[in-house]
Ligand binder design. Structure first.
Ligand code: ATP
Ligand code: MG
Length: 417
């Protein structure tokens, strides 16, 4: 038997309905916020991610699906969504349209990770990207968009963790403080952290190893190294979030895994400690991938982690595929009429079903009940002659004759969803 690659999933059945529900809400909310959808390629030149994600990150160092195409070019399946949108912003001249540019995407992301709960080799991210917004109102807007989605879905037990890692100037100061703190503990940190402290000290705070977490508990806070402007920006954001009545906690431990962040970083974290949505400001990114200096703010949200949470909360999707009517047949002539009526009803947008297996009438009725048909109708010679058949309400068991010509109107009056 051929199996799906390790760390990948099939989304189908009731779970797919949940995804659809989330996606419908994403479309509704992003429209209210006036964000445009963007679809970029799922593979890009490897160079884009080396520059846009950063050589010191876990993603670039060990998680990328990189291959040579038949022309000998190094390509990479996208390990995150922002770099492609940034490339497009520069390449398509989007910078010369009215600013800010506000876009969203939803699509597969590929990372060679050790598969475990909520961690896959292909996962889907919903993300938003705003380019050109300088004020803290930009972060407030983006955070409120994510919060609105989680709220409207009825997600419980998720907390917004907020931090600022300042500008490169503040960070230089902080790196010194952090280095001094870590130098004393160097021997007790994992090998990865000892490398990180050289290349990108902030990443040490993002280490998932429990012993490292413990040793870094009393690390100095980046918030103490913010200059006046960065501190003011962070204050402005907090005030707006209070105005929106969006609860948050300040968490100097949130630093995000990617190199390109400046100032604001945030994560929505579940009670189990899983991050469903993470983002922040990245004012250096567009320059990093070859454009003019342009501020950027955005987030990425893991669809699987969100849907897992909804499932754990016993979330019931409202939309079902249960037919409003099952039209079966008792003989060959009846079958043709039944299929014709099913076709006609579907053209009118009614969920209708017929028999495709040449089953007996009894077996057809059993099937209709299994798929939760609201009504059933069986057509045979007699019914054909009268151009009318009994429609049975499957819930009450009551039946009444309905003319074929009146079937659509009849079902509309029943207003079955
Ligand atoms: P983590 O710290 O959990 O590895 P990350 O910092 O790598 O997360 P991001 O790159 O910010 O995550 O991705 C945004 C979101 O995408 C995450 O918050 C998470 O919900 C989801 N995500 C990231 N990696 C995976 C994965 N391998 N499988 C499923 N979802 C993922
Ligand atoms: Mg990761």
């Amino acid at each position: 038997m051929i199996q799906a690659p390790k760390g990948t999933r099939d989304v189908y059945g009731v779970e797919m309905q949940l995804w659809r529900h989330v996606e419908d809400l994403i479309r509704e909310i992003t429209t209210a916020y006036r964000y445009q959808e963007i679809r970029t390629p799922i593979f890009e030149p490897t160079e884009l991610f080396l520059r846009g994600v950063g050589e010191t990150t876990d993603i670039v160092q060990k998680e990328m699906y990189t291959f040579l195409d038949k022309g000998g070019r190094s390509m990479t399946l996208r390990p995150e969504g922002t770099a492609g949108v940034a490339r497009s912003y520069i390449e398509r001249g989007i910078a010369s349209t009215p600013q800010p540019t506000k876009q969203w995407y939803l699509g597969p992301i590929f990372r060679y990770e050790q598969p475990q709960a909520g961690r896959y080799r292909q996962h889907f991210q919903f993300g938003v990207e705003v380019f050109g917004g300088t004020s803290a109102a930009t972060e407030a807007e983006v955070i409120s968009l994510g919060w609105t989605l989680l709220n409207r879905l009825g997600v419980r037990d998720v907390t917004l963790h907020l931090n600022s890692i300042g500008c490169p100037g503040c960070r230089k100061l902080y790196h010194e403080a952090l280095r001094a703190f870590i130098d004393a503990k160097m021997d007790s940190l994992c090998g990865l952290c000892r490398q990180r402290i050289e290349k990108n000290p902030l990443r040490v705070l993002d280490c998932k190893t429990p012993s490292c977490k413990e040793h870094l508990k009393d690390a100095p806070s980046v918030l103490d190294s913010l200059d006046e402007e960065c501190a003011g920006h962070f204050q402005g954001l907090q005030q707006l979030l209070k105005t929106f009545e969006i609860p948050f906690v300040i968490d100097p431990r949130v630093v995000r895994g990617l190199d390109y962040y400046t100032r604001t970083v945030f994560e929505f974290i579940t009670a189990e400690g899983l991050t469903v949505l993470g983002g922040g400001r990245y004012d250096g990114l567009i320059e990093q991938v070859g454009g003019q200096h342009t501020p950027g703010v955005g987030f990425g949200m893991g669809m699987e982690r969100l849907v897992n949470m909804l499932q754990a909360q016993q979330f019931q999707p409202t939309e079902t595929l249960s037919p409003q009517i099952f039209i079966g047949h008792a003989d060959e002539a009846g079958e043709r009429k039944a299929q014709e009526l099913v076709y006609f009803l579907r053209q009118a947008g009614v969920k209708a079903e017929g028999d495709l297996l040449n089953r007996s009438v009894k077996a057809q009725m059993k099937y209709a009940s299994k798929i939760n048909a609201a009504h059933t109708m069986i057509i045979g010679g007699n019914e054909l002659e009268n151009a009318s058949a009994n429609v049975k309400n499957m819930e009450t068991g009551e039946a009444e004759p309905v003319q074929f010509d009146n079937l659509l109107k009849f079902l509309e009056t029943k207003a079955v969803v």
